[in-house]
Design a protein around this ligand. Structure first.
Ligand code: MN
Length: 289
């Protein structure tokens, strides 16, 4: 199932080029009381909600996808966890000082798995937007880059999750754009600006993607090909990233894990339109304001 959020708070099921408005199904969610648990209330109840969404879809009005504004498929991410330097060809291109600025040195000193050296990092949850919003550049005159990444959304929390069980904790997948400015600041600063984490176009439930480590994906900017890869080239694959993250942080429903970007990262400027796509998920156009 492809579940979207659109037009400021509505929930839809995407079928072809249409969205079925199933917002009425949200009435089945139990009320939230303070203090709210960490994470996303809808994703936490997704297993219970899917039959309700299906039922609502039978009589739901259908809207053309082209006429709705897509919001982030995860309304309240517990965290946005991200992987640096996780494709071999991106590790190579990051040897360019224009990318690493002499601080975030690439793994040209013999590291086959840069994440062993650098670990994962966190982006701000409040920097998340959907495909219908625009990326607002925050560092005028500096190199602001796109990074397209397969993104996992955690459905069932847990600590010290095993490799064998890892994908059972995934609610679904979406496209993530890990926007960044190149420079000397810490990743958690450069990549956490408002609008610098684009999630979309919708959540594809995990049953539709039995093997997330074999997906073609890519990105064009203004029609020019920038990134092309397959998630089979991930250095730390999806299961491994869940294992590594959950060893350090107990995962919560609605945690978002961006798996890393392949080679071809490049600059975007005001007015550019990014087109990102991942096999079995879909595609989205995202504009730079
Ligand atoms: Mn990235």
């Amino acid at each position: 199932m492809k579940i979207c959020r659109f037009d400021k708070g509505r929930v839809g099921i995407v079928e072809g080029d249409q969205v079925k408005d199933v917002t009425s199904a949200l009435e089945a969610l139990p009320p939230l009381r303070w203090p709210a648990p960490f994470g996303d209330h809808f994703i936490a109840h997704l297993d219970m909600m899917i039959p309700k969404l299906r039922e609502a879809a039978k009589t739901a009005p259908a809207l053309p996808l082209s006429q709705v504004s897509l919001d982030t498929p995860v309304a309240n991410p517990a965290r946005v966890i991200a992987a640096p330097l996780n494709y071999p060809l991106h590790v190579q291109e990051a040897a360019n000082p224009a990318i690493n600025h002499g601080v975030h040195m690439p793994a040209h000193d013999g590291f086959k798995t840069p994440i062993d050296k650098y670990g994962l990092f966190l982006k701000s949850q409040t920097g998340v937007i959907g495909a219908g919003q625009k990326v607002v550049l925050h560092w005028d005159g500096r190199r602001n880059d796109h990074e397209v990444e397969l993104t996992m959304v955690i459905g069932r929390g847990g600590k010290n999750i095993s490799r064998e069980d890892a994908l059972n904790h995934v609610a679904g997948y979406c496209i993530g754009l890990d926007m960044t400015v190149r420079g000397t600041e810490d990743r958690s600063f450069r990549k956490a600006a408002d609008t610098y984490s684009v999630l979309g176009p919708w959540l594809v439930t995990a049953d539709e993607i039995p093997d997330p480590d074999a997906l073609d994906f890519g990105m064009e900017v203004n029609g020019e090909v920038r990134q092309r890869s397959n998630t089979a080239s991930l250095i730390c694959d999806c299961r491994d990233l869940i294992v590594r993250a959950s060893r350090v942080y107990a995962l919560h429903p609605g945690d978002v894990i961006m798996t890393g970007t392949p080679d071809g990262v490049g600059e975007v400027k005001s007015g550019d339109v990014m087109h990102a796509w991942i096999e079995k998920i879909g595609d989205m156009n995202v504009s730079i304001a």
